[in-house]
Design a binder for this molecule. Sequence first.
Ligand code: SF4
Length: 343
Amino acid sequence: MKKIGITTTVPVEVLIAAGYQPIDLNNILVSDPNPGRLITIAERAGFPLNCCSWIKGIYGVCMDSGIQDIICVTTGDCSNTIMLMETLKLKGLNAIPFAYPDSPDHYLMQHTLEGLATTLGTTLEAANKVRDELQSARDIVLKLDELTWRENTASGWENHLWLVSASDFNQDFHKYRQELLNLLQDCSQRQPHPTEQLRLAYIGVPSVYARELYPFIEKHGARVVFNEVQRQFAMPEPGQSLAEQYSSYTYPYSIHERLRDIKAELLQRQINGVIHYVQAFCHRGIGDIIFRDAIDLPILTLEGNDDFFLNSHIKTRIEAFLDMLQRSRSFLRKDKYSQALKK
Ligand code: SF4
């Protein structure tokens, strides 16, 4: 299959039906042994220092990987992608715009999906067949999510890694599914994590230092049992059609759509505290004001830029946050907690 890069989660069913193998360029960036070199490629090309590292990294991956076709999400993710797309075109790449509708409306989504299918030379009927094929992989990764928060046998890092990879199924959904089945088997042999551990939620875009963040949290007696955006990549509300599925996917729409999902999960998963990750120079950081107003739980806002590791400043802030949660936990009686979340 011909490779096609994606700048964020898109309706991959349409791409696969058109004979393409989707590749999430963000995943290529963070799994590179030296992601900083990909950001340097963009800065040398003239990207400003105060431009988000994900955008610069994606540009670097495009220049480095030889991928010719890129789906650039211009609405529903990041306005920087519009200029990224123009620079990719300047370099001779086939940058194809894709815009999520302004609101999660089935009719608008159907129209959008039909447009993408026509652009790529396929049909929605073919894409819906691909959706059926992908469903078992999605079911299994959502089972892993359940093992994380309900059975307490999967780690926060495993949860992050497999859910975030659902954007492109690690470029091979058969292999992805089999590896997940092996992991589920492994989880079934484990002792559950201690129930007295603090339970955290992680909201916001995936972090540049995720590889170190989750183990660090677990080393300090807590565990992330809800990864908000990563879980959305696995399409937890598939509905009856592709149009329904991508209308229920909350990330591209208003922060209030996201909050409905977040608040329900905070309650269900009995979360003690929330980490809100914001990327330096990202417009989504402003949403911190809204999250702090709507969520009546302690929130730690962490920022990352192009540092793919936890620096000592961030480590100290996480330690202080976990310490505060431990001390105050005994005061968070369950009935008061439920009331607060319903606010
Ligand atoms: S983190 Fe923010 S600025 Fe960066 S690519 Fe994502 S949406 Fe855009």
